[in-house]
Design a protein around this ligand. Structure first.
Ligand SMILES: C[S@@+](CC[C@H](N)C(=O)[O-])C[C@H]1O[C@@H](n2cnc3c(N)ncnc32)[C@H](O)[C@@H]1O
Length: 355
């Protein structure tokens, strides 16, 4: 399971900021948190109405374990808005704009951003939006803040950033996605390579682990096929919402199932005749091959004994070891300088010993 044992540095920086600047935590009015993550800073808000916005399932689950209710996005007016910046700059700009819409005049906007994900430039942009911010640095992050003064708010910028929250067409395709979703501007070249090398005649019950906005399913179901059920497992709710739109046209011929879940915790539905995937290998900027390995374990456990797994990965990622450890034989179907496409299948002997 993707359970974060390390403290999110943005949450730690926010906590440290609130030690030195307790005023934002001192009020009694509502708090809206965009892309909320768990952390001890939340203890400071006990007794106040808190809306935790989070669409990434592992983070949402961590908040729920603290007894907090999680919504996709805060909607109620608030006296304090906190924005956790993500690696998707446009999504964060959208959240800043939404926050200024929810904030009462005089209310405070506080932003926590990792330096490696562009905190300095985001701070500048936030200052342009609300007419100036003050800043604090800790744990390789910045926390910057300012009050909402309606006369200092840049309405044109806010409107432009609000527009970044909508679904938009991915160039050269019929598909839609939005900032905050993997590869929302263009089809990922690795996923494209996998789609190009899928064998003819895939049939029965199939799944995509880490399905994103549904590209692989769209490519598969657009061809002649015998797929009766197609299951999309995805942690990012915004991606799954886009996938619903992208695959709607196939619902009359294939039963479509959308699962908002953490694949590393195991699949809520199995077994499958075949599984496709382009596993994630980072949550922030740093590579985390452990995440992809956990995807492989989940896929191997969810395959029928005669099932097949088709995956694409960056060439340097050591996924073959995990396939071997899971009792699978495999072959490389395609490869290049950057990617490899692998077909894997359980080996009967090994599997019976493992199960
Ligand atoms: C490399 S992308 C592939 C997306 C899609 N299959 C495609 O080809 O465009 C990996 C996907 O895994 C999702 N993801 C990351 N961590 C996850 C987790 N723990 N459980 C389920 N999905 C996860 C990401 O949100 C992302 O959409």
């Amino acid at each position: 399971m993707t359970r974060s044992h390390t403290i999110d540095p943005r949450a730690a920086a926010l906590d440290s900021f609130l030690d030195r600047h307790p005023e934002p935590a001192a009020g009694t009015d509502g708090i809206a948190i965009f892309r909320a993550v768990a952390g001890s800073y939340l203890d400071r808000f006990r007794g106040r109405p808190v809306q935790c916005g989070q669409t990434y399932r592992p983070h949402a689950a961590a908040l729920e374990r603290r007894g907090l209710a999680v919504v996709a996005e805060p909607e109620a007016p608030a006296g304090l808005c906190i924005v956790f910046a993500t690696k998707y700059k446009e999504e964060t700009l959208y959240h800043l704009a939404r926050a200024t819409s929810l904030l009462a005049p005089g209310g405070m906007l506080v932003v926590a951003a990792a330096n490696e994900l562009g905190a300095p430039s985001l701070e500048k942009r936030c200052g342009e939006l609300i007419g100036g911010v003050a800043s604090y640095s800790k744990h390789k992050c910045r926390v910057f803040w300012g009050r909402k003064d309606p006369s200092g708010l840049n309405g044109d910028l806010r409107d432009a950033w609000l527009d970044l929250g909508r679904l938009r067409k991915i160039e050269g395709t019929e598909l839609v996605a939005q900032p905050g979703v993997f590869s929302w501007k263009a089809i990922d070249p690795g996923s494209r390579l996998l789609a190009e090398h899928l064998p003819e005649g895939l049939a029965g019950r199939g799944a995509d682990l880490g399905a994103g906005y549904g590209y692989l399913g769209h490519a598969l179901l657009s061809r002649p096929h015998g797929v009766a059920e197609w299951h999309l497992f995805e942690a990012e709710l915004k991606a799954l919402d886009a996938a619903r739109r992208n695959l709607a046209g196939f619902a009359s011929t294939t039963a479509l199932h959308y699962h908002w879940c953490d694949v590393t915790a195991g699949l809520p539905e199995a077994p499958f005749d075949f599984i496709l995937m382009n596993p994630p290998f980072h949550t922030g900027r740093d590579a985390e091959p452990g995440l992809g390995r956990a995807f492989i374990r989940a896929a191997v456990a969810a395959l029928k004994p005669d099932g097949r797994l088709y995956l694409v990965a960056n060439r340097h990622l050591p996924y073959e070891e995990e396939l071997r450890a899971g009792g699978c034989g495999f072959e490389r179907l395609a490869g290049g300088e950057s990617y490899k496409v692998i077909e894997a299948r359980p080996i009967a002997d090994t599997l019976s010993r493992k199960r």
